[in-house]
Design a protein around this ligand. Sequence first.
Ligand SMILES: [Zn+2]
Ligand SMILES: [Zn+2]
Length: 113
Amino acid sequence: MQTEVVLVAMIFIAGISPKTKVLDQNPRRCPVCGLHQAYFKRVDHYLSLFFIPLLRVKKGDPFIMCDRCEKAIPEFGSDFSQRTGYGNKTCPYCETSLDQDFKYCPYCGRQID
Ligand SMILES: [Zn+2]
Ligand SMILES: [Zn+2]
């Protein structure tokens, strides 16, 4: 009986909650709209108790999120070129595979014609 009460209480006070972490201090150029309002971010999942994050249980993948157009661009991992819509365009300067919508390369920051 006592254990059950504790368990029910634990469900209410403890939980896994996502927490967005901004990895960049300086904004970088958004590859889509071209404004310097994109930041590298990562969503980590924390085990929280009383709404206070205590322990990181899952480390998220970094992505670029533009504050203006709110388009999230996944970080370029090894599977980057396999993503749908990606890899149709290549940056002529650093040869990174890019989304065909990109007007700017998020890696080297140059404009793509
Ligand atoms: Zn943008
Ligand atoms: Zn580039």
